[in-house]
Design a protein around this ligand. Structure first.
Ligand SMILES: [Zn+2]
Length: 65
């Protein structure tokens, strides 16, 4: 049978009968989704960087006036 290592807890689990693959259990699957949720914090930061650039451009226009 084919087995796969759970990327969260490194436990070897059977692939074909595992509905949470590549994770060993729903717990490990949710753990990985939590990691993705934390990654999303980086997206608003990038949007803030764009906002700073727009604000900077407005200040440059103000100097021209
Ligand atoms: Zn696991």
């Amino acid at each position: 049978m084919k087995t796969v290592k759970c990327p969260v807890c490194k436990k070897t689990v059977e692939w074909s009968s595992n509905s949470f693959r590549p994770f060993c259990s729903e717990q490990c699957k949710n753990h990985d989704l939590g990691k993705w949720a934390n990654e999303e914090y980086r997206v608003p930061v990038e949007e803030l960087d764009g906002g700073v650039e727009i604000k900077d451009e407005k200040e440059k226009k103000g100097e021209k006036d």
